[in-house]
Design a protein around this ligand. Structure first.
Ligand SMILES: [Zn+2]
Length: 342
């Protein structure tokens, strides 16, 4: 009961990449970089186990950013000539690569870290991939054409590639494959209309547990400012949850702690496992076990015990290692307290 899991990313050690950055520069090259990525992955597997988490991830140590890490292995993308683009409905600018030709995977994307993860923990494993709609929002298009039709076509093309990697992750022995779709909380109509369909394409043939993570983003200033404009009730999930409830995706996340998401929106996810965000990623203040257990208690009004998975609100990548480590412990301790209480 109350199996704990993280959204996905964890801070990179400073010998691997620049600390506390969303798009950090690598500190190594070539073989040394490959080894450093593997070492950091091992380190976080151990840290998650020591903290007492139940579902273990790779901490996304081998990818610079959760979207671009995948794109680096895609043919048809020009990484040399990045362009500045406003992403998440112009919430902030990012330097993004461009789609310039038909998309194809160059080979496996995450084999190294997925296989390391499987080999070094006996616990359940989760692996994250960017969702098709969020990829489309984090890349510039010079190939599929303007407008909605082009975007849908490009999303479906990415979904096919994601499916190839997801099937390979399943073969690696990963237990839960999660797609990260922060864009679902930005383009709500599109998410319900075709975003969920693209996800369905990405999970074709996947028989292990599937999940989607939807959030209000990393704890960076642009996101904090955006959240301040959303009013006292955040109802973004309300538009996409009904479409997800009808989908084959088994687990869905939502932000709960320090968010203005009405808890009763969970009721829209009938039948699904719900990853309840009990850890704030926009604050360095460490949650107490009581706070975590309280949030779990509030969520229990709308989801049954066996369907509730305590989770972080989002990834911890831009935080300090020390804060992230303490937050992992708070998550596990809070879930333990909730097990006693409920
Ligand atoms: Zn997130």
């Amino acid at each position: 009961m109350f199996e704990t899991t993280i959204a996905g990313s964890l801070p990179k050690p400073e010998w691997l990449a620049e600390p506390e950055k969303l798009w950090p520069k690598w500190k190594q090259e070539g073989d040394a970089l490959r080894q450093a990525k593997a070492d950091a992955t091992l380190l976080w597997i151990k840290a998650q186990e020591d903290a007492g988490l139940d579902i273990i991830g790779d901490g996304e140590q081998a990818r610079q950013h959760f979207v671009h890490g995948f794109l680096e292995q895609v043919e048809g993308i020009d990484f040399e000539n990045k362009v500045k683009m406003g992403i998440r409905d112009n919430r902030y600018d990012a330097m993004v690569p461009q789609v310039v030709a038909k998309l194809r995977l160059k080979g496996r994307v995450h084999a190294m870290e997925a296989q390391l993860l499987r080999a070094h923990t006996k616990k359940k494993t989760k692996f994250t991939l960017p969702g098709p709609m969020t990829i489309v929002d984090t890349v510039a298009d010079r190939f599929y054409g303007e407008g909605k039709e082009g975007r849908i076509q490009m999303a479906m093309a990415f979904a096919e590639l994601l499916n190839q990697e997801a099937l390979a992750l399943q073969a690696d022995g990963i237990d839960i494959i999660q797609f990260d779709e922060p864009a679902f909380n930005v383009y709500m109509e599109d998410a319900a209309e075709w975003g969920v369909q693209a996800l369905e394409r990405a999970v074709q043939g996947i028989t292990v547990t599937t999940a989607v993570h939807i959030c209000y983003g990393y704890g960076i200033q642009a996101n904090v400012d955006w959240k301040n404009t959303l009013g006292h009730e955040w109802r973004q999930y309300e538009k996409v949850f009904p479409a997800l409830a009808k989908s084959s995706i088994k687990q869905v996340s939502l932000e709960c702690f320090h968010s203005h998401v009405p808890m009763d929106l969970i009721a829209l996810l009938k039948g699904k496992d719900v990853m309840v965000g009990v850890i704030d990623v926009a604050s360095d203040v460490i949650e107490t076990p009581e706070e975590v257990a309280d949030t779990i208690g509030r969520a229990l009004q709308f989801v049954s015990k066996e369907h509730l998975f305590p989770c972080t609100n989002c990834g911890l990548a831009p935080m300090s290692r020390d804060v992230a480590w303490k937050k992992l412990q708070a998550l596990a301790k809070g879930a333990e307290l909730a097990r006693q209480r409920f």
